[in-house]
Write a protein that binds this ligand. Structure first.
Ligand code: ADP
Length: 436
């Protein structure tokens, strides 16, 4: 859709949305009243900056159904996001919302390489998490044949990949690594599978992980992004033939902004900040300027095949950002450095602790199987010359690169292959923060 037409559509949809939530949702009416904004003030999509933000705490405060904008009998599905502490975040969908959900996932899968008639093995978790069912109905909408195996059961996943010959798989990138690693351990040749495309998301990942998955599963791997509060997966997607240039956001349904994480001021195209979404068409639980806490940038790609705006890969969530001795740190930054060492694997964990008033980060990272022979991995966490030379050299080199590229000194511990936790089907937590 040409941009001018898109802006008109977004403006119409925003006007109708603000009127609806003002009339139907007391919590939004209060927020708008407090800001002195009335629905009549919102005439154009540019006026969106006048609206108040919605935060995760607003969803918690209105648990479970306080932000619903339709009568309960029009809500035909509920999902929850995991919510690490306390009550989960609840989201609801009308039939129309589920149609939109399927449409954006169908568009996403098409951009990721899917074509009607292909089979897709859906290894996202089914249940309260939006991933499984979201991908499921979107894949059917596109005319794919869905194999609804859900997350986990790695050996069965591999058996079905061989027997059913799916061309696509969707799961978390960390689980794709688990699948690749298990395949290797079982001696399964990637050529015995028929996989062509992997659609990976729900957690941040780096280019090096992409290369590893592409090589080991023999696929084109693309990034799918989404969050329950906005709809679920399918808010944005990377096109399989435009890898590395960012992901298209379906901005006819989800209007994105990037704002300064401290002041909330809108930032210009290309600048990094917090991603904020307004759901232009959602009925059951629309959100106005939802503060995702995800850090990225958005920009138009003139070389791109589609007109919608793109987003860069998510660096991390603002609330997952570690502040170490005054330096901001996302685990993906350390991952990007580890990826530069062929003798290391992308299996790592950051352990954060405090001694006195000093924060310390320990990077536990596994050595690749092929390098491990002859390495003495006991007592190898200190770069002393007592340890094996290769170990010492690797520790020193990694430590130096992290210092140069991330700006922090970290303690490095090399681990034996297979010793760091793997994804068993869902998202993987890379940080152990002992200060909490
Ligand atoms: P939860 O908050 O329980 O994890 P969701 O499943 O809704 O609930 O997770 C949404 C969050 O997952 C996003 O806000 C983002 O932080 C992360 N996420 C989803 N997809 C991606 C992706 N492709 N890259 C990076 N992070 C992602």
């Amino acid at each position: 859709m040409p941009l001018e037409q898109l802006r008109k559509l977004q403006s119409e949809r925003l006007r109708s949305l603000v009127q609806r939530v003002y009339q139907q949702v007391p919590a939004y009416r209060t927020k708008l009243d407090e800001k002195g904004v009335t629905p009549a003030d919102i005439r154009d999509i540019q006026d969106i900056h006048q609206l108040p933000f919605t935060y995760k705490t607003d969803l918690r405060d209105n648990y479970p159904f306080g932000l619903f904008a339709v009568p309960q009998n029009e809500v035909i599905r509920l999902h929850c996001s995991s919510g690490t502490t306390g009550k989960p975040i609840v989201v609801g969908y009308t039939r129309h919302d589920l149609d939109v959900f399927s449409e954006v996932v169908a568009r996403s899968l098409a951009a990721a390489g899917g074509q009607p008639g292909m089979k897709i093995q859906n290894a996202y978790g089914y249940g309260l998490f939006t991933g499984g069912l979201g991908l499921h109905y979107g894949a059917e909408q596109l005319g794919l044949c869905v194999i609804p195996i859900s997350g986990g059961q790695t050996d069965k996943q591999l058996m079905l990949l061989q027997d059913f010959q799916a061309e696509m798989i969707c799961c978390t990138p960390s689980y794709a690594l688990t699948l690749a690693e298990t395949m290797k351990a079982r001696g399964i040749n990637p050529a015995s599978l028929n996989l062509k495309y992997a659609v990976l998301g729900a957690e941040p990942w780096t280019e090096a992980i992409r290369h590893q998955i592409e090589k080991e599963l023999n696929v084109k791997a693309t990034n799918i992004y989404g969050l329950s509060e906005v709809i679920g997966p399918g808010v944005s997607i990377e096109a399989w033939d435009e890898q590395g240039t960012g992901s298209y956001i379906w901005e006819d349904h989800f209007f994105p902004e990037i704002v300064d994480r401290h002041t909330g001021e809108p930032l210009p195209e290309g600048e990094e900040g917090v991603l904020v979404f307004t759901t232009l068409t959602k009925e059951a639980m629309p959100v106005l300027r939802y503060w995702t806490n995800d850090i990225t940038s958005i920009y138009y790609d003139k070389q791109g095949s589609r007109t919608h705006i793109k987003m860069a890969p998510i660096k991390g969530r603002a609330d997952d950002m570690l502040i170490i001795r005054g330096v901001n740190l996302f685990h993906t930054q350390v991952e990007a450095v580890i990826d530069q060492f062929s003798q290391l694997t992308p299996n790592y964990q950051l352990v954060v602790s405090r001694t006195g008033s000093m924060d310390e980060v320990m990077v536990k990272v596994e050595v690749s199987e092929q390098y491990v022979t002859g390495w003495e991995l006991t007592d190898c966490d200190e770069p002393t010359w007592n340890a094996h030379d290769q170990v010492t050299l690797t520790i020193k080199a990694l430590s130096k690169k992290i210092k140069d590229q991330v700006g922090l000194s970290m303690r490095i511990v090399l681990e034996k292959p297979g010793s760091i936790a793997r994804s068993e089907g869902g998202k993987l937590n890379r940080i152990l923060d002992l200060r909490k």
